[in-house]
Design a protein around this ligand. Structure first.
Ligand code: ADP
Ligand code: MG
Ligand code: MG
Length: 909
């Protein structure tokens, strides 16, 4: 009969010996336990042990005590482990010592730390001395155990114990722990125990079984510790998963120079290169590597120090990697020349490494192309397309001691510029073309104007959801937040960093939002080159094959369109035409056109604008040869093209005062200003976002959109004559009622026909609409009969569905909403499925019912957000359109959505 830890029926089995579990049981055995089980079954040298399930944790938390019979199950498991280890727990001649390790399904900070050396007491200690022959080692282990157990299990802070050790070292006149001799450690153990008794009112538990039970209960309790709960809230990990407990035979890396401990990754975590990457320390126990007292050695050195062990380790690492078919993170310990593996898990990596590893593992035939496409985190890969420091320049800066501080990596990308401590100043310098880094204690909505022109943001306070972090991510700006060694003093224009020389306003600094590092002086940055990212290109080609959704781009200018195409966009989903009106030489004509008193006068100015628009469109058609281009007719309220009311008023008053009453009355300038002011006043709206804009403008002043349609069609005809393959989609914005669309289309259709007749060319063109008003979504069945395509303008649709004005919301209260969890996420970043999404789904369904040939896409910023892209896939859209830089992210996300659906369908069978 195979060995087993309990006689219970499988569903109520509470304790698993390592060989009884496997890697797919993370829910029940936790991540650490499941992998220890898997490695045991692979025959790897894992010190024997057992796992108490997450189910028991939940039972314990419910009952407030360990469930009946658990300790018997544990004793039974312990007997097996004892047999395998050839030692007995609590045996005064040959004692088994264990570690007690927590391990939930997801690795989680805030959970109980590991207790090592459990099972030591005055009796087992003697045996340890006798067996190892080193008194010093044994007392040191005992001392550490009392300290760790008190601290971790009973909350008796370890610093009390560390102080006692410190005092001892002073008495002895030594600096390092290792210099404290056995006799002194023996005294220290006695001192620790006296201290324990004084503080706790009872003796340090000497019974190993009692120690074990207390440690197990402490692990379970730590599941509901404040830090753990906060972390789960933040990461949206369910609270009812519970944690498992791993009890494992101790092995010692601190038994002399033929022992050691370390951590290694099977590939380079930074670059993805296929080399073992990691660090270790000889004669050390787990915690020493992290404690930073001694500097760990690069794993490559092990090859020289101990070629035999190194060879063994490399072959095990390879084996683990092949078995898990992923790059893995491995903990190991060498005890007197024998290698043990203590943990393995899928290794965390940079975006660059994630892509490279995925592609190379396909070449090595470890994984399929589809698996490779699913591996990298889509939102993470945008890192590869952001500016980053030249590694050599960064190394150099580090060597020169220019690394000043490390904060939170709040928004990826690198930037350098002059430090400015005030948003107004930043705006002033930034608009003048200076590269500025805005440095603030923290940011608030009052700083946004400065953030808009800055190249990067650095704050002393605030986490990953702080104002600075959220706004920077939205703007695609590098940001380091919560850099708490900085003392920012905006009033005096200075920032102190510990005892280093301070940064003053105007000093150059560099920040890396991907790592959180802050440097003094400039560091050369590399502008990303998509063409040079070979592995990413390969991965995206595979992605395109898997995806059903197409990825298009929002581009207003030919150069954006070219860039988008370079990134793999399959069309332009939104070309805004209003920017074309804003350009310097055109604006005066645009203003005259707006101020025109008659339709004829307006048409005269429009005729002057037409050639400009036509050439803009020609450029875009050429760039998108063979691909569809959606052009949106003018959308914003007209006052956006006119001077600011306040400024105009001030100028008028000033001119009048200067000229005096009489001259003013005759001045042409005053007349012009008065006329302009009157016009601006007449166009002022209480709520321009819901005012005279979009198709409403086209209905009130049809001449503008007639001109635009003519420009589009003329450009299309010219391009076609020049051999360009043109596919035009003319988009009518802000429709709420089908009649608005019909009215506008009926005005524009004759123009389109007329141009084709004039030019003797026939163009593939369509009229469609943006769905960005809830009423349009709700009546999509009507609108679908008239429109040939829908494009969901989810920025406006989110504003109108929530009734939020975006600028006001993001500046004033939305952040609070997200921080206080009133909303799970910012709905302008990730599409709100329950509300906005419901309208989208309804419109797709009813629109298609009315018109089976209806094409549907999305052109809001959500088109570049992976989570929203999943929604678009599930809802059956034809394409997503996003800013050119997001296109690669969107291609990967679109493929991942399709593959996830396939996997889900497979699971349901
Ligand atoms: P974490 O979850 O923080 O990684 P671990 O349970 O892995 O915590 O343990 C912390 C340290 O203790 C690691 O270095 C680990 O290798 C070491 N350790 C844990 N169990 C043992 C053991 N049985 N023998 C030797 N070292 C151990
Ligand atoms: Mg831990
Ligand atoms: Mg670990």
């Amino acid at each position: 009969m195979p060995k087993t830890a309990s006689k219970r029926a499988p569903q109520s089995k509470r304790v698993y010996l390592f060989h009884e579990g496997n890697k797919d049981q993370k829910d029940l055995l936790g991540g650490k336990g499941a992998n220890l089980a898997e490695m045991t079954n692979l025959g790897l040298p894992v010190p024997p042990g057992f796992i108490i399930t997450t189910r028991v944790c939940n039972e314990y938390l419910r009952l407030g005590k360990l469930p009946q019979g658990l300790m018997e199950d544990i004793e039974r498991a312990l007997r097996h482990v004892e047999k395998q280890a050839g030692k007995r727990f609590g045996d005064p001649r040959n004692p088994l010592l264990v570690s007690v390790r927590s391990g939930a399904k997801f690795s989680m900070p805030g959970m109980m730390d590991t207790v090592l050396n459990l099972g030591l007491n005055d009796d087992t200690l003697k045996a340890l001395i006798a067996l190892t022959g080193t008194e010093r080692f044994a007392y040191d282990a005992y001392r550490r155990f009392i300290m760790m157990f008190s601290d971790i299990v009973l909350d008796l802070d370890r610093h009390h114990f560390e102080k006692m050790l410190e005092r001892k070292k002073q008495e002895l006149g030594v600096r390092l722990d290792v210099e404290v001799p056995a006799a002194a450690l023996k005294n220290l153990v006695a001192e620790y125990k006296r201290f324990f008794r004084r503080r706790m009112g009872y003796d340090f538990p000497a019974d190993p079984m009692k120690q074990l039970q207390m440690a197990i209960e402490a692990v379970f309790r730590s599941w509901n510790g404040k830090k753990a709960v906060d972390y789960r809230n933040f990461e949206r990990i369910p609270h009812d998963l519970g944690t498992a407990v791993n009890v494992q035979t101790m092995v010692f890396g601190n038994m002399g120079e033929d022992s050691g401990t370390g951590v290694a990754f099977t590939r380079d975590v930074a670059t993805g290169e296929k080399v073992i990457y990691g660090e270790y320390l000889m004669n050390a126990q787990g915690e020493d590597v992290v404690a930073g007292v001694r500097t760990p050695i690069k794993i490559a050195e092990l090859e020289k120090q101990n070629p035999n062990i190194y060879k063994q380790f490399v072959s095990i690492a390879k084996r683990i990697e092949r078995h898990y078919r992923d790059a893995m993170d491995i903990e190991f310990t060498i005890e007197r020349g024998t290698l043990y593996i203590l943990q393995c898990r899928v290794g965390k990596r940079t975006a660059a490494a994630a892509v490279k590893i995925a592609v190379e593992m396909v070449k090595e035939k470890l994984i399929t192309r589809q698996e490779a496409v699913l591996r990298p985190d889509a939102s993470q890969i945008s890192q590869l397309l952001l500016p980053r420091f030249d590694p050599a320049a960064k190394d150099q800066a580090e060597k020169e001691g220019r690394l000043l501080a490390k904060g939170l990596n709040a928004s990826p990308g690198s930037a350098m510029g002059v430090a400015v401590f005030d948003a107004d100043k930043a705006e002033q310098l930034g608009s003048a073309g200076q590269r500025v880094i805005l440095v603030r204690p923290e940011t608030t909505p009052d700083d946004v104007h400065g953030m808009l022109v800055a190249k990067g943001i650095l704050t002393a306070r605030g986490g990953a959801t702080s104002h600075a972090a959220v706004v920077a991510r939205g703007l695609g700006l590098p940001c380091v937040s919560g850099c708490d060694t900085l003392r920012v003093d905006p009033e005096h224009g200075v920032c102190a960093i510990l005892d280093l020389s301070p940064i003053r306003e105007g000093d150059e600094i560099s920040i890396d939002g991907t790592t959180g590092e802050v440097f003094r002086g400039p560091i050369r940055t590399i502008e990303p080159r998509f063409e040079a990212e070979r592995d990413l290109q390969t991965l995206l080609t595979w992605a395109d094959r898997a995806a059903r959704l197409e990825v298009w781009a929002n581009a207003d200018y030919p150069r954006d369109a070219e860039r988008a195409r370079g990134f793999g966009a399959r069309g332009i989903g939104l070309c805004r035409t209003e920017h074309m009106f804003m350009e310097q030489e055109r604006l005066p004509v645009v203003q005259k056109m707006i101020l025109a008193e008659t339709a004829d006068e307006r048409r005269r100015y429009l005729d002057q604008l037409l050639p400009f628009q036509r050439s803009d469109f020609e450029g875009i058609f050429r760039a998108m040869d063979g691909l569809p281009v959606v052009i949106r007719l003018i959308d914003p309220p007209l006052h956006e093209f006119l001077p600011d009311h306040e400024e105009l008023h001030a100028e008028l008053v000033e001119t009048r005062t200067k000229l005096g009453k009489e001259k003013s009355a005759r001045s042409a300038k005053v007349k012009r200003l008065e006329k302009m002011l009157a016009a601006v006043e007449s166009m002022r709206e209480a709520n321009p976002m819901l005012g005279l804009r979009g198709c409403r403008l086209g209905i009130v002043m049809p001449e503008i959109i007639e001109m635009q349609t003519r420009a589009i069609m003329e450009a299309a005809c010219e391009s076609k004559k020049a051999g360009v393959d043109v596919h035009v989609k003319i988009m009518i914005p802000l429709v709420g009622h089908v009649n608005e669309l019909t009215f506008v289309r009926d005005r524009l259709q004759p123009v389109a026909k007329q141009v084709q007749k004039e030019q003797g060319v026939s163009i593939d063109y369509k009229f469609g609409t943006m769905i960005e008003i809830p009423r349009a979504a709700l009546t999509a069945g009507e609108i679908g009969k008239v429109a040939e395509f829908f494009s969901f303008g989810t920025n406006d649709l989110t504003q109108t569905t929530f009734g939020f004005s975006r600028d006001d919301a993001e500046g004033k209260f939305l952040l609070r909403y997200v921080e206080d969890k009133i909303l799970p996420v910012n709905p302008f970043q990730t599409l709100d499925r329950a509300g906005v999404g419901r309208l989208v789904a309804l419109a797709v369904e009813e629109g298609r019912k009315a018109n089976p040939k209806l094409e549907v896409g999305i052109c809001g910023e959500h088109g570049g957000d992976p989570e929203s892209i999943h929604f678009c896939h599930e809802t059956g859209l034809d394409y997503v359109s996003c800013s050119p830089f997001r296109v690669p992210v969107a291609r990967l996300a679109a493929a991942q959505a399709a593959l996830a659906e396939k996997q889900a369908a497979f699971r349901d069978v």
